[in-house]
Write a protein that binds this ligand. Structure first.
Ligand code: RAM
Length: 363
């Protein structure tokens, strides 16, 4: 398909979305924008949707929500891969992590006939019909970060083995609670998030299984929806409702920052915070003892690996079948990755950050 035809398709489909989703006069597309004539290819805000060269690689990244810095960090890695491969990346998505909010973005990418969609699921099931339609249109589907339901993707790129994260969260809670004893609460992202729910399930089963954790009591799990304000309110609620709380575990970069800020601002609070966070967000809280230990992985590498896998699926170098292997010189120490059960590829182990190393990291 020619460049111009692709631009026109993009214009028509985005214009259609605007009409369907918005009644304001200002947003109504002018007939010129919707008319498929050469004039429509004139750059307009809509035409700024990246379009690949004819036959080129166009990957649309649909994060849980666009206003979460985590996904911008992942996109820097996707951008790097796209530059190496001569493809394009578009990142579009909802502004809240609601279960069905990603559906119109999947449908729009399908209409645009992109090569691949990379998606971090707000809800594993709500997006299945839209992903199935995209697959039927020949678009490759790569889940990353938070998995769509099995069968709805070609490959899911997991940042780290789920059970590994679950054990680490339990261990860090144990490390932060005095004598590994007392009340622990979880501040999560969205209640439907596949990744957080898997980590929480494995954290709680770890806590239930080992004598080491026998004196830790999980008193609550609350959801801040990866919204800074909602996460702040939820963290404040935990401090009020559980006066004996020892640790808040927040397996979300948004939640852990909000929880640390709330604890710090609460005079006299001895609650500790752990979970998954960006070193740059958490450095002050490691320094003042609010969050002595937490973890994460290289988020740009997650985006890079996701894009590379999308490209290999599009080219047909891999199909996503368990047992297939591939090598990317800059990841995994240059050693091959193997596609595992349920077509899952694991980026690598999580990092642990504490006062001995957090200042060595800059992301
Ligand atoms: C938030 C999101 C994301 C998760 C990280 C740790 O940014 O919920 O999905 O992987 O935290």
């Amino acid at each position: 398909m020619s460049d111009t035809k692709r631009r026109i398709l993009a214009l028509v489909s985005v214009a259609g979305l605007v009409v369907a989703g918005c009644g304001s006069t200002a947003a109504t597309p002018t007939p010129a924008a919707a008319t498929p004539t050469p004039a429509a290819a004139t750059p307009t805000p809509v035409a700024s949707t990246p379009t690949p060269a004819a036959g080129g690689l166009a990957v649309t990244f649909i994060p849980k929500q666009v206003n979460n810095p985590y996904f911008d960090a992942a996109k820097t890695g996707a951008d790097k891969a796209a530059t190496e491969l001569g493809g394009t990346v578009t990142q579009v998505g909802p502004s809240t992590a609601a279960a069905d909010a990603q559906i119109p973005f999947i449908q729009d990418a399908t209409t645009q006939k992109v090569s691949a969609i990379a998606i971090s699921a707000d809800d594993p099931d709500a997006i299945v019909p839209a992903l199935t339609a995209a697959k039927a249109a020949g678009i490759k589907i790569v889940g990353y970060d938070s998995s769509p339901a099995k069968g709805a993707y070609d490959v899911f790129v997991n940042q780290v083995d789920f059970s590994g994260v679950g054990v680490l969260l339990a261990d860090w809670a144990c490390e932060e609670a005095p004598n590994c004893t007392g009340d622990v609460a979880i501040l999560s992202a969205a209640a439907t998030a596949t990744n957080q729910n898997a980590w929480i399930a494995l954290m709680t089963s770890t806590m239930a299984s080992g004598a080491k954790y026998a004196n830790l009591k999980l008193v609550a799990t609350v959801y801040g929806n990866d919204d800074p304000q909602e996460s702040t309110t939820q963290a404040q609620g935990l401090l009020t409702k559980y006066p004996d709380l020892k640790v808040i575990v927040a397996p979300t970069t948004v939640g852990i920052l909000a929880a640390a800020q709330v604890v710090k601002q609460t005079t006299g609070s001895t609650v500790k915070v752990t979970g998954l966070g960006f070193p740059n967000d958490m450095k002050p809280f490691v320094a003042d003892g609010t969050a002595p230990v937490f973890g994460l992985w290289s988020v740009p590498d997650l985006g890079y690996l996701t894009y590379q896998i999308a490209a290999m699926l599009v080219k047909g170098t891999i199909t996503g079948a368990p047992g297939e292997t591939f090598t990317l010189p800059s990841l995994n120490g240059g050693k091959p990755y193997t596609i595992g059960a349920d077509s899952v590829v694991i980026l690598g182990p999580a990092f642990r950050f504490d006062k001995t190393n957090v200042n060595d990291f800059n992301f």
